[in-house]
Design a binder for this molecule. Structure first.
Ligand SMILES: Cc1cc2nc3c(=O)[nH]c(=O)nc-3n(C[C@H](O)[C@H](O)[C@H](O)COP(=O)(O)OP(=O)(O)OC[C@H]3O[C@@H](n4cnc5c(N)ncnc54)[C@H](O)[C@@H]3O)c2cc1C
Length: 511
C-alpha cells in the first residue's frame, strides 16, 4: 500500500563532497560568462578554459544541485521519446547523427572520469527497453525501436537476458551504455577545472542578462562583463522563442531498499501505459538502492501531484519486494516540439547562447552542448551544431506539438483569468494547503503552513503573466505555461522567470 511522503532529496545529495566554491562579491570581466553550473555549464567551462578563454561560471545554488543532481544518472544513446520518433519526425540521416553524437558524449564523459580520476561510480552497462505480459499493447513500439536502433548502427539484441528481473514480452537490449553518480561527476569535474582562468561561483543568482558588446550579466551583488554569455540554466532565463516550442514536464523518483537482491547493473525502461518507467540499481559502498522514475505530468497541470508520486510507489511495490523508501524527489525537463534539443546561438541575440529542450536525456545533450558552444565561440567547425541549432525550422516535425503547447498556453491564460480562484475566502485554505483567491481585486496565491501561518504572494507568474497553480506534493506554486516554479514565499525555484512572485500591494485581513 502506497504511503504519503515526500523528502524532496535525491539519492545523491547527502553524500555530495563538500567542495568549496566562493560567492561572487565584486565586478569582474571575462571572455565568456556561463550562467548555471549543471552538466551543461561545467562541461562548457572545461572546453573553453582548456582553449585559453577566461571563463566565469555563476551558479545560484550549489554546483550540480539543479536538475543534473536530481537525475537518475543514466547515459544512453536512445532518447526518452524513442529513436523511432526521430526517424518518423525527421529522417534516417538525422537518426544516425543523433545516435552518433550521443554515443560520443558518453565516451567524452568516460574520458573525463579517467582524466580527472573522478570517483563517480561510472560503469558501462546494458540498456533495456521492454514490455511485459501486462503491457503488450506497447509491443509494437519496441519493434519500431529495434528497427530504428538497427538503422542507427547500434549493437542490439532482442533475446531475453538471463535472470531478467521482469517477465518479458518484447525487448531490445543495447550494449555498452553507462551509468554514474551525476552529482559527484559534475562537482568533481568543476573542482578539477577551477583555476584563475576558470572561476566558479556558487550562491550567486543572476538577475538579468543583457546582450551587447560586452554583454552585461547582473548578479545580486556584482556585475560580470563578458564577450559571450552561455545560458546553461536548463531553460533560458527571460523571454525566448524556444519557450513556445517546449513542454515543461515533471517526473517523480524514488530510491528504495529491497528485501531481495538488486537486479544486475543496467538501465531498465519498462514501457507501461503510454510512458516508460525508468529503473536502475545503484550501489554506494555497502548500501544498495533501486531507483525508479515515472508518472510524468505537465508542470502546473496536475491537481494532485501527491497522487502521481504514490503511483510510482505502487508500481514499485507491484514489481519488487520493497523494504524501505529512502529518498523521494521530483525534477523537471523540457520536451522539444520536434524531439531534438536547442543548442547554440540564441536566434534573436548576437552574443548569447542557449541550451534547452533536453527532455529527460540531458546528461548527454548537456555534455554535447559544451563542445558545440566552445566550437562556435572559438570559430571552429562542429559536425552537430546545425542539427541542434535553435534557429532550425522544422515545421512538419514540430507542428502538432507546437500548436498543442501554444493553444494550451492561450487556454490556460484565458481560463485562469476568467475563473480566477480555487477559494473565495482565506478561511477555506486549510493547514498544509495552497489556494488561489481573488481579494481586494488582487489575484493572490495563499498557502497556510502546518502552524497555521499564512504565506500570501501574487498568483501571477512574472515571466509572461500566467496564473500559477498549486503543487500539493512539493508545496510549490507552478506556472502551467512555461514551467517556472516558486516557493510558498514566492522565490524562484526553477524555470525561465528571473523574479519571484510579487508580494501583494495590500495584505488582506488574515483573521
Ligand atoms: C527526474 C529526471 C531524471 C533524469 N534522468 C536523466 C538520466 O538518467 N540521463 C540523462 O541523460 N538525463 C536525465 N535527465 C535530464 C537531465 O538531468 C537534464 O537534462 C540535465 O541535467 C540538464 O543539465 P543542465 O546543466 O542543462 O541543467 P541543470 O543541471 O538544471 O543546471 C542549471 C543550473 O542553472 C542554475 N540557475 C538557474 N537559474 C539561475 C540564475 N538565475 N542564476 C544562476 N544560476 C542559475 C540552477 O541552479 C542549476 O544548477 C533527467 C531529468 C529528470 C527530470
Amino acid at each position: 500500500m502506497a504511503t504519503k511522503h515526500f523528502s524532496s532529496q535525491a539519492v545523491w545529495s547527502p553524500h555530495a563532497d563538500s567542495l568549496y566554491f566562493p560567492q561572487l562579491s565584486e565586478d569582474i570581466q571575462a571572455d565568456v560568462a556561463i550562467v548555471g553550473a549543471g552538466i551543461t555549464g561545467i562541461t562548457t567551462a572545461y572546453h573553453l578554459a582548456k582553449e585559453g578563454q577566461r571563463v566565469v561560471v555563476i551558479e545560484s545554488m550549489k554546483v550540480g544541485m539543479g536538475t543534473t543532481g536530481s537525475s537518475t544518472g543514466n547515459l544512453y544513446a536512445p532518447i526518452d521519446e524513442q529513436l523511432f520518433t526521430i526517424a518518423s519526425k525527421h529522417d534516417e540521416s538525422t537518426l544516425k547523427e543523433v545516435v552518433s553524437s550521443r554515443q560520443s558524449a558518453i565516451d567524452f564523459i568516460e574520458r573525463r572520469v579517467h582524466e580527472f580520476n573522478i570517483d563517480c561510480e561510472f560503469e558501462r552497462v546494458p540498456f533495456y527497453l521492454f514490455t511485459t505480459p501486462g503491457t503488450q499493447s506497447e509491443s509494437s513500439k519496441i519493434k519500431n525501436e529495434q528497427e530504428a536502433a538497427k538503422i542507427a548502427g547500434l549493437k542490439i539484441s532482442t533475446d531475453a537476458p538471463e535472470n531478467f528481473p521482469f517477465k518479458l514480452d518484447e525487448i531490445i537490449e543495447i550494449a555498452d551504455q553507462a551509468q554514474f553518480n551525476p552529482l559527484q561527476y559534475v562537482r568533481k569535474f568543476a573542482s578539477a577545472i577551477k583555476s584563475d582562468n576558470c572561476q566558479i561561483f556558487e550562491d550567486t543568482k543572476v538577475t538579468n542578462v543583457k546582450d551587447g558588446r560586452p554583454c552585461i550579466v547582473k548578479t545580486e551583488y556584482a556585475t560580470v562583463k563578458a564577450n559571450k554569455v552561455i545560458m546553461a540554466t536548463h531553460s533560458p532565463k527571460g523571454i525566448y522563442a524556444v519557450h513556445t516550442a517546449m513542454e515543461p514536464m515533471r517526473e517523480h523518483a524514488l530510491a528504495v531498499k529491497l528485501n531481495s537482491k538488486l537486479p544486475a547493473p543496467g538501465i531498465y525502461w519498462h514501457m507501461f501505459k503510454d510512458q516508460h518507467y525508468s529503473i536502475r540499481p545503484y550501489k554506494r559502498g555497502k548500501e544498495e538502492f533501486l531507483l525508479v522514475l515515472g508518472e510524468p505530468y505537465k508542470v502546473g497541470h496536475e491537481n494532485n501531484t501527491e497522487d502521481s508520486f504514490m503511483k510510482v510507489e505502487e508500481y514499485l511495490r507491484d514489481n519488487f519486494d520493497v523494504a524501505k523508501i529512502e529518498y523521494s524527489w521530483a525534477a523537471q525537463n523540457y520536451k522539444p516540439a520536434d524531439a531534438l534539443p536547442y543548442i547554440g546561438r540564441s536566434p534573436m541575440e548576437e552574443n548569447i547562447f542557449i541550451a534547452t529542450g533536453f527532455a529527460a536525456d540531458g546528461l548527454i545533450y548537456g555534455t554535447m552542448a559544451g563542445k558545440i558552444f566552445s566550437d562556435a565561440i572559438l570559430g571552429m567547425k562542429n559536425q552537430w551544431s546545425k542539427l541542434y541549432s535553435p534557429t532550425r525550422f522544422t515545421p512538419v516535425a514540430s507542428a502538432a506539438k507546437f500548436m498543442k503547447a501554444n493553444a494550451d498556453v492561450s487556454f490556460q491564460l484565458m481560463k485562469d483569468y476568467l475563473f480566477y480562484g480555487d477559494a473565495d475566502e482565506l478561511k477555506e485554505v486549510r493547514a498544509g494547503e495552497g489556494k488561489t483567491i481573488k481579494l481586494n481585486n488582487e489575484r493572490l496565491a495563499v498557502y497556510r503552513d502546518t502552524e497555521e501561518k499564512l504565506h500570501i504572494v501574487s498568483g501571477i507568474c512574472p515571466h509572461m503573466g500566467c496564473v500559477v497553480h498549486w503543487n500539493n506534493g512539493e508545496k510549490s506554486w507552478d506556472c502551467p505555461c512555461h514551467g517556472s516554479r516558486f516557493s510558498t514565499d514566492g522565490e524562484v525555484l526553477e524555470g525561465p522567470a528571473y523574479r519571484g512572485l510579487a508580494k501583494p500591494e495590500k495584505l488582506p485581513e488574515t483573521k
